[in-house]
Design a protein around this ligand. Structure first.
Ligand SMILES: Cc1cc2nc3c(=O)[nH]c(=O)nc-3n(C[C@H](O)[C@H](O)[C@H](O)COP(=O)(O)OP(=O)(O)OC[C@H]3O[C@@H](n4cnc5c(N)ncnc54)[C@H](O)[C@@H]3O)c2cc1C
Length: 455
């Protein structure tokens, strides 16, 4: 069977590319994904808050990609979760982002938009600015982990109705000249290839890029902790923005520190990797926890002689895992301040009851470099001026939280690589880090293919 376009990966980038192709052409399109259909993607972590690393991972793979079971916070802004301004004018970038958002809503994302009204937003921005912090105003929608699969299922149905074919539980092993080799050893011919393999397929894409001679470069990492505190402390700010983003430049080190992935009334979760453990968070639309959590991260981008920031991040994560006896560490902010490890007795006496219990009370300063610990302490003190209570002694810090990004493949404005008819999109190619921009780069790739067809 010969296709016009084969898309590797049924994540947001791949599905939105397929949507655009189906809407604007009669091209024969196949999407291949090594994961399952969205209805069969069940994550044990939902019950236990502990990731046991299913193979393939249901959180990262399958129809909907890593967005399929995610919190589904849509950040409707061209430079959040990637940067579309690098590829087009501000006006075009906003148009693209709104176009993608509209498709999400058509497929069931809530119409409710968290958008700071001008006076609320202005007040918060002013308060933040007076503490030397930038508050980034972002219109947001919250689908919720409990409803994201419905949106994905609707989009898939829409695609199938328009002739898009899906081949699931099948990996693309190799990109060859005008064809792809699949994990069942079959080969499929195609005119265009769009590789949108997400984070889980990023190592595969790097291997392919090296083989094909594509230019790639290392990206930064974000290192820090997940902060957990009473929901009531964050409620006023989360009412203005569901996932409020604050950017801070720290005093001592002049480093860029930010809040990320705020899970309002959500849960801290544990992630188990091959050589280390980490933490993350999630929240549901229909069930609210007592606490709110967010990542508090320092950006690290190594230059020379070592550019591989990922290796550095992994070494921090491994040290944390060793000291946690195989579990993430948890520490009260007050204990970190006073240079002592936390104990269950101290934590249980505190105001914040941890939503993740399979953790080891310990000392974050034993695992994180001094620079990161200083950034955490200075950054939270500063944030406390905007959100009183954030830096109270009983605030919990879980470590490590590390965000790794894929290596970035060099592409043109239509996502085409230096190899004609080979396009890339999404997180796996290092051009996005969130649902909206991953989807937008998929649309761009599809438009690039359509342009070539017209020529
Ligand atoms: C737990 C979690 C929560 C998140 N929450 C949010 C959020 O609230 N808001 C937000 O904006 N972003 C969130 N994100 C990030 C967001 O999900 C991603 O940015 C987005 O899904 C990236 O889309 P993508 O299409 O590039 O890749 P992915 O969604 O990762 O999809 C790639 C797909 O490719 C498949 N694949 C990979 N390699 C191959 C291969 N060789 N052959 C066949 N198939 C392959 C994978 O199985 C996967 O299904 C979250 C991510 C995670 C993990």
């Amino acid at each position: 069977m010969k296709y016009d376009v084969i898309i590797v990966g049924a994540g947001p980038a791949g599905m939105f590319a397929a949507y655009e192709l189906a809407k604007k052409s009669n091209l024969k399109v196949l999407i291949v994904d090594f994961g399952k259909d969205v209805s069969k993607r069940i994550c044990p972590m939902e019950k236990t808050n502990v990731c046991v690393k299913c193979e393939p991972c249901n959180i990262m793979s399958g129809v909907g990609g890593s967005g399929g079971l995610s919190d589904g916070t849509l950040n409707i802004k061209p430079d959040i979760g990637g940067n579309l301004y690098e590829l087009m004018s501000e006006k075009d970038a906003w148009e693209l982002v709104r176009y993608v958002d509209k498709i999400y809503v058509e497929n069931g994302a809530p119409k409710k938009l968290y958008e700071a009204t001008s006076s609320e937003g202005e007040m918060l921005s002013r308060k933040a600015a007076s503490a030397g912090i930038e508050f980034i105003q972002i219109p947001q929608r919250h689908i919720g982990s409990d409803h994201t699969p419905e949106v994905v299922a609707s989009l898939k149905k829409n695609l199938e109705h328009n002739g898009i074919k899906f081949l699931l539980s099948t990996a693309v092993e190799d990109i060859l000249d005008g064809e792809l080799k699949l994990s069942d050893n079959k080969k499929v011919k195609t005119k265009y290839i769009l590789a949108a393999p997400g984070r889980s397929g990023a190592p595969w894409l790097v291997k392919q890029a090296k083989k094909l001679g594509l230019k790639i470069r290392h990206g930064p990492i974000d290192v820090g902790v997940r902060v957990e505190l009473p929901g009531i402390v964050m409620d006023p700010v989360c009412r203005i923005n569901r996932d409020p983003k604050f950017h801070i430049i720290t005093e001592t080190y002049d480093d860029f520190v930010r809040t990320f992935c705020v899970n309002h009334r959500g849960y801290v979760v544990k992630e188990v990797y091959k050589d280390y453990v980490g933490v993350n968070g999630h929240s549901l639309r229909d069930k609210q926890a007592e606490n709110t959590n967010f990542a508090f991260l320092t950006r690290i981008e190594l230059t020379e002689p070592v550019e591989n920031s990922t290796m550095y991040g992994e070494s921090i994560a491994k040290t944390a895992t060793t000291l946690g006896g195989g579990n993430p560490l948890v520490q009260r902010l007050g204990d970190l301040r006073r240079g002592r490890r936390s104990t269950w007795k101290r934590i249980d006496r505190g105001q914040v009851k941890p939503t993740l219990r399979s953790v080891t009370p310990g000392d974050v300063s034993m695992v994180m470099p001094h620079r990161i610990v200083t950034n955490i302490l200075e950054g939270l003190e500063r944030l406390d001026k905007v959100i009183p209570g954030v830096a109270s002694d009983s605030t919990l810090l879980y470590a490590p939280e590390i965000k790794f990004y894929a290596m970035r493949v060099e592409v043109g404005k239509s996502m085409e690589t230096s190899i004609p008819n080979l396009f890339v999109a999404g997180d796996g190619a290092g051009v996005s880090r969130g649902l909206i921009i991953a989807s937008a780069t998929g649309v761009l790739a599809a438009r690039g293919i359509l342009e070539k067809e017209k020529a």
